[in-house]
Design a protein around this ligand. Sequence first.
Ligand code: ADP
Length: 396
Amino acid sequence: MNVLVINCGSSSLKFQLINSDTEAVLAKGLCERIGIDGRLVYQPAGGEKEITEADMPTHKQAIQMVLDALMNEKTGVIKSLAEVDAVGHRVVHGGEKFASSVVINDEVMAAIEECNDLAPLHNPANLIGIRACQELMPTAPMVAVFDTAFHQTMPSKAYLYGLPYEYYEKYKVRRYGFHGTSHSFVSKHAAEFLGMDLENSKIIVAHLGNGASISAVVNGKCVDTSMGLTPLEGLVMGTRSGDMDPAIMEFIAKKEGLDIAGVMNVLNKKSGVQGLSGGLSSDFRDLEEGMDNGNELAKNAMEVFCYRVAKYIGSYVAAMNGVDAIAFTAGIGENAGTVRKMVLAYLEYLGIAVDEEANSKRGEDMVISTADSKVKVAVIPTNEELAICRETVALV
Ligand code: ADP
């Protein structure tokens, strides 16, 4: 069957049409600047990328353009909407209500809406995307796949903050974690690729992209992860601060004359390696180049990033009382051999030995530890769209 995978943001929308039997991507692309002006990028498998500038005042119009492109006589990949058998939607926050993917109905829509408070920038956009698809494809079954669901197996000792318990009871203030679809996909695939029994395994997944998080997975179930109530907690990221002394917020607010929104903007958009590198870049290609050219701030940023990753891995080895395998994934994890090398240098005490030649490659499933390494280390490219497609097929 053909599954349309939709990842809808406030002004953008990414899509892939996947044949679930062969797991081949038939076409993919994105709509940008929805509600501003509009741009559709469309690419059929094996074909050229097409860019169309066209007004898309609403998400419904954007999705209509995607469907028209998919059915286009020349470059389309299907003849009619009947060939879209199901739609899988990425939904950012499922709160405590969703520990797995679900077929969408009115009750599910209401429950997702109740989680809007927890992800005010993302969930409303996800809902708009679902409603638009329902209007345009009223007979296609739709599935919601949540970023938070995989982490719902965390025990309370991992998800509770050291705050008054009533905040958890009243407002559900707790750690949820994100990138769950990726952590789930990569941990399962790592076990398979490394010839391990998932049901009897301790795996750490380092999803290092512009947003970055780590998870500890025991026997296929998440027991801890680095992001929290929001994606701001944990690792130092492209532009997000990650963990820090919460009192810094008041201190900076006073010094810089900022209100809460102003401080949050700094922590989300101006911090991380971008902030640390003095504004040089949030992109690790630029930081690596800067470091090679003797830029001290770029070097600092890389070192702070890698040190934090290594500390999280160490803490998860303690949380799991051991580790069998570590898997690197996402933009940085898959491509930046320098980052992997700098992180793994801290972990020699675990008996990890890096195969330098393997580590210098990128972009494919590979083992980067030596044959005698006590802990296996692998690079496993993530594929959230394929994971959403598989979940959708399983439910419909
Ligand atoms: P997100 O999905 O969170 O936007 P990605 O997983 O796509 O992020 O990762 C994007 C990041 O990956 C870029 O900002 C860049 O830092 C890093 N990256 C991509 N390619 C390379 C590369 N060849 N070398 C080093 N870093 C890379």
